[in-house]
Design a protein around this ligand. Sequence first.
Ligand code: IPM
Ligand code: MG
Length: 348
Amino acid sequence: MALIAILPGDGIGPEVTREARRVLEQVGDFDFEEASVGGAAYRETGHPLPDATLALAKRSDAVLFGAIGDPEFESLERSLRPEAALLGIRKELGLFANLRPAKLFAGLEEASSLRPEIARSIDVMIVRELTGDVYFGEKGQGTTDAGLREGHDLMRYDEAEVARIARVGFETAKRRKGLLCSVDKANVLETSQLWRDVVIEISAEYPDVSLSHMYVDNAAMQLVRDPGQFDVIVTGNLFGDILSDQASMCAGSIGMLPSASLAGEGGLGMYEPIHGSAPDIAGQGKANPCAAILSAAMLLRYSLGMTDAADRIEAAVAKAIADGARTADLGGTLSTGAMADAVLGALA
Ligand code: IPM
Ligand code: MG
C-alpha cells in the first residue's frame, strides 16, 4: 500500500491537510504517517526539520505538506526558522521542479482581482525552479570599509540546473497547448543570460513546442493585462515565487492553488497548497481547504499514477464551487470542514 507522509506544519496547515486526508481516504486505501515540521517541530524538538521527519519523507511514496511559518520564530537565527525546514526538505529530496497551476474555477470570476472577462481566460502552469538561484547562493551580512552594514545573496545557476528545469517546462508544454514562455531578466542579469542561452539550446529537442522569452517585469504586467496569452511559464526560483502568488489572485484566491514539487522522472514528490500558514486565521476553521485538496489530487496524478481519482477530485472541487460552496476568502461563510464536506458530497 502506498505510504503518504503528511507534514501538517504551522498555522492553517493542520486544518487543511486534515480535510485533504479525508478526501484521499474516500478515493483509495493508503497508509498515512504524520510528522511535525516548521515552527511546530521547533517547539517540540528544537529544530524545524527533525531527522525523523526527513526520514519519513524519504521512505514515503509521496509527501503532503501543509504550511510553515510562525511569527513567534521570526527572530530566530535563519537556520532554525520554520522556512528553513521547507527549503531544507526541497533541497534534501532534490525537488527541483515546482509545478504551480493557476486556473479560474467557473463561478469564482468575482473573487479574482481582475475583471471577470479577463480572469476567465487564465489557465497557466508556472514551472518554477526550486533548489537553486538566489535562495541557495552564498548569503550573509557584513560591514563595508566605510563601516556601513551590508547584506548580500548570490544569484547563481549552472547550465545543468537550467537544462533540467527547461526540459520539465518543454515536456509540460508538450502535454498542454505547446506554448512555453521562459521568464528571466537577461537585460540586466548574467544569471538570466545563461538561463536564456541554455533554454534556447534545449529548445532544439522540442521542435513541436513554441518558445518565447519575456523579462520578468513585463511578465508581471502581462499576467494581469492578458493572462490568457500564457500556457506554460518556466522561470527561476525567485521570479517563480513572486509570479505564482500574483497568478493566484488572478485566479480567484490563493486558497485555491495547489502545487507539486518533483525530483524528476520516477523521483519523490511533495505536494502543498501555495498559501502559507496564515497565522491570522489559524485555528478558527476559516481556511479554504481546496488548495490542499487539489494538492492531494496532484499527488495522486504525479506520484501514484491514479489519474482517474485525481480527475474525480478536481471535478468535485469544480462542482462544489459551481454549486455555490464558498469559504471566507471566496466571499462566503463556510467553515474549513463544511467546504470539504461539500467537495466530499460532490465526489460521492
Ligand atoms: C513558497 C513560499 C516559500 C518560498 C517560503 C515560505 C520559503 O513563499 O513556497 O512560495 O519562498 O519558496
Ligand atoms: Mg511564495
